[in-house]
Ligand binder design. Structure first.
Ligand code: ATP
Length: 440
């Protein structure tokens, strides 16, 4: 496992404005986090890579953005009102509450060390409830969605008919979901508001197991391709008693987090025809599919890869974090922190750094940054020594630093420094964008 601690990553995130506690001036709100200027770029890149892999690069998956607030009937039909629960226990000594499946009930309370004196587990529904309109009675209850998936199921017919996709095909969606988790924590790993990336892949019954295998491979490869160390990833099949109410078979892609150990990044479930059948029964609409090739009508089965944006983003930060010895210009050796994150995920792709604050360098270096910015997300930094500025870019994973010096004014060349090798190359300004484009 990589040596970095979660605290180190939390500190880096806070110090560099990647992620920090929400509402901090009021003491924060437990488990709610804000993504700062660099964090939002990073998170957006993760979402874009997912969207590219699942939607833009394929002919058999289309996108959707369904509403967060849906008819409460959706959640009755889907089984969430009745069964989207976690077992809650309370320590009768300190009154702290835990998910019964997250503590060893035979042992003392992890909070106060007393006991074990647990209450009997009771089922706690994780859906946030609110009221639609000004009347706060039970007839006006709506839920904040706990998953984006139901939007894909209730819109299945409309999307299939308007996109004219034939089975097998998928519908993909990214968006916020909400769960009133009993014990949120571990930084952004478990929060009450998070962003999901889910894809429902509709297949002919009988081909579901084969497609399930296919999506396990595809999703595993997505993480590997984006640079996660193979040793830190594994697939784990759910035991029968872990399966959600809708699932026939589920695998989790797990990452070995420091101190937390193996934990779920993504779930890949065979949801069978459970959801479409439930919505057909509750709504009275026919949600079956007519297969013109085989002249059959059936309710499709569904394979669902479902992941939150935050967990893989956290894993990408941990997995790419390095502390290294690096020689400085004066020949001394210093420690440098560097995020060796995949270039596609790096918040900034390039930083343009004038060698000094000298006014002679300003107009030309600013002009250069403006030109680079037309092609790549680019930072411009003039404060501190050049060495310090390289370190600042290294620790947020900027793949290339472009230094504009006094010679640049004469020879129209700049020095490009590579984040990982720290090698420097002198490049004509004219060819800079092409040079960077080839490497990014
Ligand atoms: P867990 O067992 O950790 O509670 P889950 O199995 O209930 O997770 P799913 O219902 O499979 O989670 O949700 C799909 C994905 O959504 C998860 O793999 C995870 O990436 C993300 N996710 C779920 N709950 C949270 C949460 N509270 N905070 C952040 N991400 C979450």
């Amino acid at each position: 496992m990589s040596f970095v601690s979660i605290d180190t990553i939390v500190n880096l995130c806070k110090r560099r404005g990647i992620v920090f506690p929400s509402s901090e001036i009021y003491g924060g709100l437990r488990s709610a986090w804000d993504w700062g200027p660099l964090g939002i770029e990073l998170k957006r890149n993760v979402k874009n890579e997912w969207w590219k892999a699942l939607v833009h690069s394929r002919d058999d998956i289309v996108g959707l953005e369904s509403s967060i607030l849906m008819s409460p009937k959706v959640w009755e039909a889907s089984g969430h009102v009745a069964t989207f629960t976690d077992p809650l226990v309370e320590c009768t000594n300190c009154h702290k509450r835990f998910r019964a499946d997250h503590v060893d009930l035979a042992k003392a309370c992890p909070n106060c060390g007393q006991g074990p004196t647990w209450t009997d587990p009771r089922q706690f529904n994780l859906m946030f409830k609110t009221h639609m309109g000004p009347v706060e009675d039970s007839a006006h209850i709506v839920y904040l969605r706990p998953e984006t998936a139901q939007g894909m199921f209730v819109d299945f017919m409309t999307v299939q008919q308007t996109s004219r996709k034939k089975i097998p095909f998928g519908i993909a969606q990214q968006g916020k979901s909400f769960r009133n988790e009993i014990t949120p924590g571990n930084f952004v790993f478990r929060t009450r508001e998070f962003e999901q990336m889910e894809m429902e892949f509709f297949v002919k019954p009988g081909t579901d197991e084969q497609w399930h295998k296919y999506w396990l491979d595809e999703r595993m490869n997505w993480y590997l391709d984006l640079g996660i160390n193979k040793e830190h990833l594994r697939l784990r099949q759910h035991d029968a008693d872990e399966l959600s109410h809708y699932a026939k078979d589920t695998y989790d892609i797990e990452y070995e987090f420091p101190s937390m150990g193996w934990s779920e990044l993504e779930g890949i479930a065979n949801r069978t025809d459970f959801d479409l059948k439930a919505h057909a029964a509750h709504s009275g609409e026919d949600l079956s599919y007519y297969d013109s090739e085989t002249d059959e009508r059936y309710v499709p089965y569904v394979i669902e890869p479902a992941v939150g944006v935050e967990r893989p983003t956290f894993a990408f930060l941990i997995d790419s974090y390095r502390e290294e010895e690096a020689p400085t210009a004066s020949g001394k050796v210093e420690k440098r922190t560097v995020l060796k994150i995949d270039k596609r995920l790096a918040p900034y792709k390039v930083a343009v750094l004038p060698l000094s604050k000298n006014a002679d360098l300003a107009p030309a270096s600013e002009k250069l940054a403006a030109e680079v910015r037309r092609h790549f997300v680019c930072d411009f930094d003039v404060t501190g020594s050049i060495g310090k500025r390289y370190r600042r870019q290294d620790e947020v994973g900027t793949p290339f630093c472009v230094t504009f010096d006094f010679d640049s004014l004469e020879d129209n060349q700049v020095t490009v420094r590579d984040r990982d090798s720290m090698e420097q190359e002198r490049i004509p300004i004219e060819g800079l964008v092409e040079f960077l484009g080839k490497r990014l």
